[in-house]
Write a new protein. Structure first.
Length: 311
C-alpha cells in the first residue's frame, strides 16, 4: 500500500489486516543483519532454473486472478477503512485478493513461508527456506481514488534472495515478470534498464523527502524528478528503462519491493539499500534500509552523491 502525496507513508507500519473492530497485531523484531554482498548475489542452493520457472508460472496465474478480483471491486466500489494508529487505509479488495493469493499459492507450495502486508506475521516464515512475499494491492489510495497505477506485487525468495517475481497492473494491462537467470519481461517482451552513466539530468523516481539537502553532502543533484504512488511500479518502470533510477531513503517494507527488486536485477540494474548493502529478504522485521536502483554506473554515482560508496 502506498500514498499518493509522495510521502512514503508506509514506513514504520507493521503487517496487518484489521477490519473495523479487529485488533492490530504486534510489530516484529529488529531487522535482520544487512550484508555487503554484491547486489546480484547468487540464489541459495537447492533451487534450480526449472524450479524458478515453475514458481514464476504459478505467480503469473495468481496475479491475473488477483487482477480479476480487484477489478470487480473497482467496478462496484470497495468498502474501505483506516487501520489503527493512523497506519493508512485498507479495502475489502485488499483482503479478498490476499485471501485468494494465500489459498492459491500456499495450496500449491505448502512448504513455502508466507509474508503479506495484509496477513498477521507470526514469524513461522523465518523457519522456511523459501517464502512468498506479497503486497495484494500496492497503491491502495490510488485504487480507492480510481487511479491506474496500483499493482499486485508477488514474489518468491529463497535464502533471502528473490528468485521469481511478478508486478501486475491490471488497469494498464502491464505484467512485469522475472525469474533468476531468465531475464525480465513486460508482457512477454524482454526489457532492459537504462545505461545512463551521469547523475546530472538523470530521470529519477523518488518522493520529495528524498531530495532533502541533509541526504546529499555535496549538494542536491540536478535531476528530472518524477513520482508514482506504487513503489512496486516505480521499480518496474526503472527496469523497463523508462526512468533512469529510483530511490527511497526511508526503511522499506519487503512486500513493497521484493518483486520489483528481482525484475530490476534481471533487467541489468543494480539494487542496494541506501548504504550500498545487498537487499536481503525474510528478515525478522520485514524491512530493508531504503532502496537505490539504477544501471551500474549511475547506481555508483547516486551512492557517491549520498556520501557513501558501494559495499
Amino acid at each position: 500500500m502506498r500514498g499518493t502525496d509522495g510521502s512514503d507513508p508506509g514506513a514504520g507500519r507493521p503487517p496487518r489486516r484489521d477490519r473495523p473492530g479487529e485488533g492490530a497485531d504486534g510489530g516484529g523484531a529488529e531487522t535482520g543483519a544487512e550484508t555487503g554482498a554484491e547486489t546480484g548475489a547468487e540464489t541459495g542452493a537447492g533451487n534450480d532454473g526449472a524450479d524458478h520457472a515453475a514458481d514464476l508460472a504459478l505467480l503469473e496465474e495468481a496475479a491475473r486472478e488477483a487482477g480479476r478480483i480487484a477489478m470487480r471491486f473497482k467496478a462496484k466500489g470497495a468498502e474501505s477503512w483506516e487501520k489503527p494508529a493512523n497506519l493508512g487505509p485498507v479495502t475489502e479488495a485488499d483482503l479478498a485478493v490476499n485471501d485468494m493469493l494465500e489459498a492459491s499459492l500456499r495450496g500449491a507450495r505448502p512448504d513455502y513461508g508466507w509474508l503479506s502486508e495484509e496477513s498477521e506475521d507470526g514469524g513461522a516464515r523465518l523457519e522456511r527456506e523459501r517464502i512468498f512475499i506479497i503486497d495484494p494491492i500496492d497503491g491502495t489510495r490510488s485504487f480507492m481514488e480510481g487511479g491506474e497505477t496500483w499493482a499486485h506485487s508477488i514474489a518468491v525468495a529463497e535464502a533471502g534472495v528473490v528468485t521469481a517475481a511478478v508486478v501486475y497492473l491490471p488497469v494498464m494491462g502491464q505484467l512485469y515478470t522475472a525469474a533468476s537467470g531468465r531475464g525480465a519481461q513486460l508482457n512477454g517482451r524482454p526489457i532492459r534498464a537504462s545505461v545512463r552513466q551521469g547523475l546530472d539530468g538523470a530521470s529519477i523516481l523518488a518522493a520529495k523527502p528524498n531530495y532533502d539537502a541533509r541526504h546529499w553532502p555535496g549538494g542536491v543533484p540536478r535531476v528530472m524528478r518524477h513520482y508514482r504512488p506504487s513503489l512496486a511500479y516505480r521499480l518496474a518502470l526503472v527496469a523497463e528503462g523508462r526512468f533512469d533510477a529510483m530511490l527511497t531513503l526511508r526503511p522499506s517494507w519487503e512486500w513493497d519491493i521484493a518483486a520489483g527488486e528481482l525484475i530490476l536485477r534481471e533487467a541489468g540494474a543494480l539494487t542496494s539499500d541506501r548504504t550500498g548493502g545487498a537487499l536481503r529478504f525474510n528478515n525478522p522485521m520485514p524491512q530493508v534500509d531504503g532502496v537505490v536502483a539504477a544501471g551500474p554506473r549511475l547506481h555508483h554515482e547516486i551512492l557517491t552523491g549520498l556520501g557513501v560508496g558501494p559495499a
